[in-house]
Each structure stands twice: as C-alpha cells, then as structure tokens.
Design a protein around this ligand. Structure first.
Ligand SMILES: [Zn+2]
Ligand SMILES: [Zn+2]
Length: 133
C-alpha cells in the first residue's frame, strides 16, 4: 500500500480476510483488539471504510442496516438466513442473458447478489420439527 498503510489498517484487513465469515464491525474490533488492545471501535470503522474505498473489502449491507465485511477475492454472491443471520458464499452464473440485453450499452464491472431465505439449520421446510444440530 503506498501512502499510510498503518498497522491498524492491515490488522483490520487481516481480521476480515482470515475469518472468511463475513464479520460485522463489532466482530472485527474484537479480533483486532487481540493484537492491538488499544484500538477503538471508531478506528476500526474508519479503517473498514478506507479498505472498502480502496477496493480491498466489500460491504454487504443487510436489510437490518448492519454492514458485514468480506475480503475481495474471487467474485461470489451471498445467501443470508433471515433467522440466524448466517451468511454463506455462493457462486452464481454471471449475468443472465436476459439481463444482459437490458444492460445493453452498459458494462458490468462487478456483480453482487444477496439472496434471503432460511438456512438448513433454521429449518428450510417451514421449521416444523426441524432438527438443529
Ligand atoms: Zn439460519
Ligand atoms: Zn462472501
């Protein structure tokens, strides 16, 4: 990183990247504090914003307003369980032909789909008698 790659910035990035579990800012803060005990939550927020602007992190904004962070690597989409907030990486086909026709004249640089539903643990079959492991 050319100018001003602070230890906080790298620690925040590592906390997101190493987990691969789409942590929220609070969870990132807890991880960063193990290495940098003095870091404040607002510093973590500032560095998360910065990393997103630099294109190193992706922010998934949930309907609830909570932001989840994801390291940018291969392109993938997400499934979100509305009951337990589990976020799962899924890989979808690229833009369907039909949408491509509607996008004529525009160039897609990135694609991000958020799917909402109920995960297997929360009982995809309406929940009746679902066994939680
Ligand atoms: Zn769930
Ligand atoms: Zn992801």
């Amino acid at each position: 990183m050319p100018p001003r790659a602070t230890p906080q910035l790298e620690a925040v990035y590592t906390a997101v990247e190493s987990g691969r579990d789409h942590p929220n800012a609070q969870q990132v803060w807890e991880r960063v504090r193990r290495h940098l005990p003095a870091v404040s939550l607002s510093t973590v927020y500032r560095n998360l914003d910065k990393l997103a602007r630099l294109g190193r992190l992706r922010v998934l904004r949930l309907d609830s307003g909570v932001g989840l962070y994801d390291a940018v690597g291969r392109t993938h989409d997400h499934f979100v369980c509305e009951q337990c907030s589990l976020v799962i990486d899924v890989e979808l086909q690229s833009v369907p032909v039909e949408s491509e026709n509607r996008l004529r004249g525009h160039r897609v640089l990135r694609q991000s789909t958020l799917m909402y539903g109920v995960c297997g643990d929360c009982g995809a079959d309406s929940g009746a008698g679902a066994i939680r492991s």
